[in-house]
Design a binder for this molecule. Sequence first.
Ligand code: AMP
Length: 476
Amino acid sequence: MATFEQLGLEPAILQALQDVGYDAPSPIQEQAIPPLLQGLDVIGQAQTGSGKTAAFGLPMLQYVDPDADDVQGLVLTPTRELCIQVTQALRAYGTRKGVDVVAVFGGAPIRSQQAQLRAGGQVVVGTVGRVKDLISRHSLILNACRFVVLDEADEMLDLGFLEDVERILALTPASRQTALFSATMPPEIRRLADQYLYNPVTVRVKAATLTVDTVEQFALEVAARDKVTALIKVLEDEHPDQAIVFVRTKVRCDQLFRTLRDRGMNVRALHGDMSQGARDGVMIAFKGGRVPLLVATDVAARGLDISGISHVINFDVPTSPDVYVHRIGRTGRVGRSGRAITLHEPRQAREVQAIEHHAGVRLSPWVKGARVAPTGVNAPPRRHSKPRVSANTDGWGGPFSKLILSGGRAAGLEPSDIIHAITSTAELDGESVRNVRVLERFAFAEVPARDAPRVVERAAGTEVRGHVLRLELARV
Ligand code: AMP
């Protein structure tokens, strides 16, 4: 397994990675960073939570000249949320180097974004519609843009943005380097890649299928600051015989270990900064059953084969469905049943969904004493079929609510506008909006019933193509 340094990243970026606490590259980073640094075009098949932002962002930032004011890198995103998330990540990775990252997205005043662009900004992260708009107003000039990323290209397709994406690509230099990231590769995205990428290298993190059939799996949503309290409650309620608690980084491993130890728990830590001798000591104590609780990073726990583990607790959401599967594969061995509980912050709901989609599992909400049939009994057949399924058949099996929206063809609205307005304001993914029909003065759309009140509250009053959207639940 490579280190970030071995991948060829420069000191200012390595330093920033230390600041944010990443110890080692995630699988997609390990595969995508070297070809991107060589100047090759890349197709990356990876989903949210895999670390894909750094996979394309770090090479892009390495290429940027912070002393030049031109826009040198452009990241196109399908939604406002993703735009903001990517911007925050790139700012953190680029701060040591002094790279300015500007976010441009719809639903916010265009003037302040124009001003930010005028002030410089070597990297622009933007939603498709707003980028197009700023180009047509000559506020965004892409003549010197040598690195373009299409992030979550399949989402762009679902939201009807592909034509606009092509128009934008056509305005960037032909000599640019292009990276296309997508969780799935429908034919339209393949065609886009064939047309706009030059001899691309394809990298993918395989969508793992779950081989462990005997694990009850749960998720628990909790605010970042309440995570430790939640973990302690889970441990108290679950009474594990033996549990591994997974965290993302060495620093977090040490912190959590100390917190638990200071509360009097019999716990050990296992991470890559420990000497081999110390690690062996911990392994032996844990395997021998003398220690009931282990806090570990993924790297350190690789290959750990312990049959007695009753519980795997993901204190941090795994960086990919593969990592999830590896982690929970530590429990439920040899005919025993195990339990896996994943803590996640509200903003990580999409990461959890991505794991459910791509690992083919379903996480039930955790409450004290909760029981579900292990995956082997109730898992849907899609575990062995294509990883991505459409919301209509499998993704969200619950009821849908119909919405009536003011404004239709007469106001210049298209289905993609409506989908975009709903997804960007109410934090829904494109797949959750279905049966969009645009009539002359009205439009209809369906969203999951549980999300409908939020959609009505948030999307109402937003401006779409100069039209103020009003919407209400249809009475059926
Ligand atoms: P992304 O898939 O890019 O949205 O990243 C998902 C999450 O993983 C984000 O919270 C990142 O901060 C985190 N992350 C990305 N790369 C790493 C890494 N190499 N080590 C630890 N965490 C990471």
